[in-house]
Each structure stands twice: as structure tokens, then as C-alpha cells.
Design a protein around this ligand. Structure first.
Ligand SMILES: [Zn+2]
Length: 325
């Protein structure tokens, strides 16, 4: 195969670039295989030839043909790589996320297909464990509850009290100032729930900044723990949780503005999405896209896994699903 052109830098360039299926394949081959050298998924042979009329490879050892989608989140998808690449460029770089309705319009697939595509892309945005956070780390929790907005006022007031309510989901976050954020959907914001996570993900001896929630009591045994009481003030010198607050506002803008309503079952996927964009905020759009491409290999998310349903909703399906499917 010939050398592909450079990776597109902007959405405009991406749309033009990915409109050619062969260019897509050339680029993705370079990102998924060492030196772009295709490898047979069955026998791992590198003795292969590219069938340019069919956009497939043929293994010269086992004689089987294979597509570039094998062994990636695209496997079994009837949707072309050109559309997948555009969707990935969008989601890697749109700060507030992109809804399945927007993707459906932008790349001309059904909304249900777009919803499934987006979840498979989010699966590739899941980061494995990385080094522990250290230095100055802010910890905080927030409530996510999109559904309350659609309730009748009286019902809403009955259900929601104070800063959180029983119908809301709790997200816990830790951010190293100037560095990475780690987030998770937690069942409760109790000491028993939060402190083991803190100890697992934050290096002992680090400085931890939190609000006055009782669940953080006792951290001073292993950390330098400073508390800002939000009932009194929002910052006292360097004692604040502003970096975490910034992340929550980004997350909520995406969840409430773009996705409208998210089922608790899928919340962690939206966290993965926003977390990756935040953690890679210092690199260019093109580099973020490339990083996402290199994550799609070796991951699979089937319709049944995603929905817990036995549905034939493959990506050629009818468009009835919502983001809250
Ligand atoms: Zn083979």
C-alpha cells in the first residue's frame, strides 16, 4: 500500500480526508499495525497481499481474506471506516460530547446506529490504570440526576432534598492539579466507599484537598489533608477544589446539554469519554484522534453486552433508540 497523507488536523480536513475509503484504510493500517504492515488475524502471518478492488487483505499462508476491522471495536459493523473515522474525530475533540442525533445527521446513519457507534467508541476511551496521582490532589463528589428535570415540580420537590437526592447518581473524582483526573460512578459517598479508592489511586504522602464531608475524616494519617468548608468559603489560599469543580462543569454540560438523559447503567461510559478528553487536553485534536485510534484494537462491545437485551439491533437497525435507550 502507498503511504497515506498526514493525519487531518481539523474537522474540515477530517471530513475531506475520510471521504475516501482507501485513505481511511491506509491511515488506520498505519495506526493499528507496526509500520502499517498488515498481519493475518488467524495465523499472524505478515505474508499478505492487499486486494485494492475489495479493500481487503488476503493471507498468503492460510489463504483467508480479512478486513481491517477484525479485532477492533469496528468488527461486525456494516458501517464504513470513513464514517467511523469521522465519528471518532468528532467525539475525541468536541468538549461537550456529541449526541447520537448529531452523529446520525453528520455521517448519515440511523440514530440507533449512531448510538451504538458512540458507545463502542467510548469503550475505546476507557483508560486502564495508570500511575497513582501525587503532589497536590483534589477530591470531590457530585450528583448526576438528569431525569429529575422532566418530573412534575411537586414530585421533584418530594424526591429531591438538600444537595442530593435518593434518585441521583453519585460520581467521585480525584484530580492531580495540572495533571490527570480519575473518575468513577459510586454507590454511596460514605467513608467506607471513598477512602479505599483514595488509597488505591493517590500516592501516600500527597497533599489532598477536599470539602468538609465527613467521609474524608482520617485521611490525615496517610496524607497532608486540607479541608475547605464550602458552607463558609470556596477557597482559602491554595485550599480549594476548583480543578475538580471545573471538571464537573464540563461533565455536566455534556450530560445535560448534549446527552439530555443518561441511564445510570451507562453513566460510567460517559465518564470515560469526558475523562479521556480532559486528561489529553494538552495535545492537539489530531493527536487525540490518533490516540483514540490506537485504543480501538483488542476491544469489543456487542449490542447484547451494551443493552443487556437480546435484540437484533446491529448497526443497520431501525432508529427508535434514544441516548437513554
Ligand atoms: Zn493467515
Amino acid at each position: 500500500m502507498s503511504e497515506p497523507q498526514a493525519v487531518p488536523q481539523t474537522l474540515m480536513e477530517a471530513i475531506r480526508y475520510f471521504s475516501d475509503p482507501l485513505t481511511c484504510i491506509q491511515l488506520f493500517a498505519r495506526l493499528r499495525w507496526t509500520n502499517g504492515q498488515a498481519e493475518c488475524p488467524r495465523c499472524q502471518a505478515k505474508h499478505v497481499s492487499f486486494l485494492s478492488t475489495r479493500l481487503l487483505w488476503k493471507c498468503l499462508d492460510c489463504k483467508k481474506q480479512f478486513s481491517i476491522k477484525v479485532g477492533t471495536i469496528f468488527e461486525d459493523s456494516a458501517i464504513g471506516l470513513d464514517k467511523w473515522m469521522c465519528a471518532m474525530f468528532l467525539i475525541a475533540n468536541c468538549k461537550n460530547g456529541v449526541s447520537s442525533y448529531e452523529i446520525a445527521r453528520d455521517i448519515k446513519v440511523t440514530q440507533k446506529s449512531a448510538w451504538f457507534m458512540l458507545h463502542r467508541i467510548r469503550d475505546a476511551m476507557r483508560t486502564g490504570t495508570f500511575a497513582k496521582l501525587s503532589g497536590e490532589v483534589e477530591v470531590d463528589e457530585t450528583f448526576i440526576g438528569g431525569k429529575a428535570r422532566n418530573m412534575h415540580k411537586a414530585k421533584r420537590e418530594a424526591k429531591i432534598t438538600g444537595t442530593g437526592g435518593a434518585d441521583k447518581e453519585i460520581v467521585f473524582g480525584m484530580v492531580e492539579r495540572g495533571g490527570k483526573v480519575v473518575t468513577g460512578h459510586v454507590p454511596a459517598r460514605t467513608k467506607k466507599e471513598l477512602q479505599p479508592i483514595i488509597k488505591e489511586r493517590i500516592e501516600a504522602g500527597s497533599a489532598i484537598f477536599s470539602d468538609a464531608l465527613k467521609s474524608y475524616d482520617g485521611l490525615a494519617n496517610e496524607y497532608r489533608h486540607a479541608v475547605i468548608d464550602h458552607a463558609v468559603e470556596y477557597a482559602n489560599g491554595n485550599v480549594h477544589t476548583n480543578a475538580m469543580e471545573n471538571f464537573w462543569s464540563l461533565l455536566k454540560r455534556g450530560l445535560h446539554g448534549t446527552y439530555i438523559s443518561v441511564e445510570p447503567f451507562h453513566l460510567f461510559r460517559y465518564l470515560d469519554e469526558q475523562t479521556l478528553r480532559y486528561n489529553e487536553r494538552h495535545i492537539t485534536d489530531a493527536d487525540r484522534f490518533v490516540q483514540l485510534c490506537s485504543n480501538v484494537v483488542g476491544r469489543r462491545l456487542t449490542w447484547n453486552q451494551l443493552t443487556g437485551k437480546n435484540d437484533v439491533g446491529r448497526d443497520s437497525g431501525a432508529d427508535s433508540a434514544a441516548d437513554s435507550l
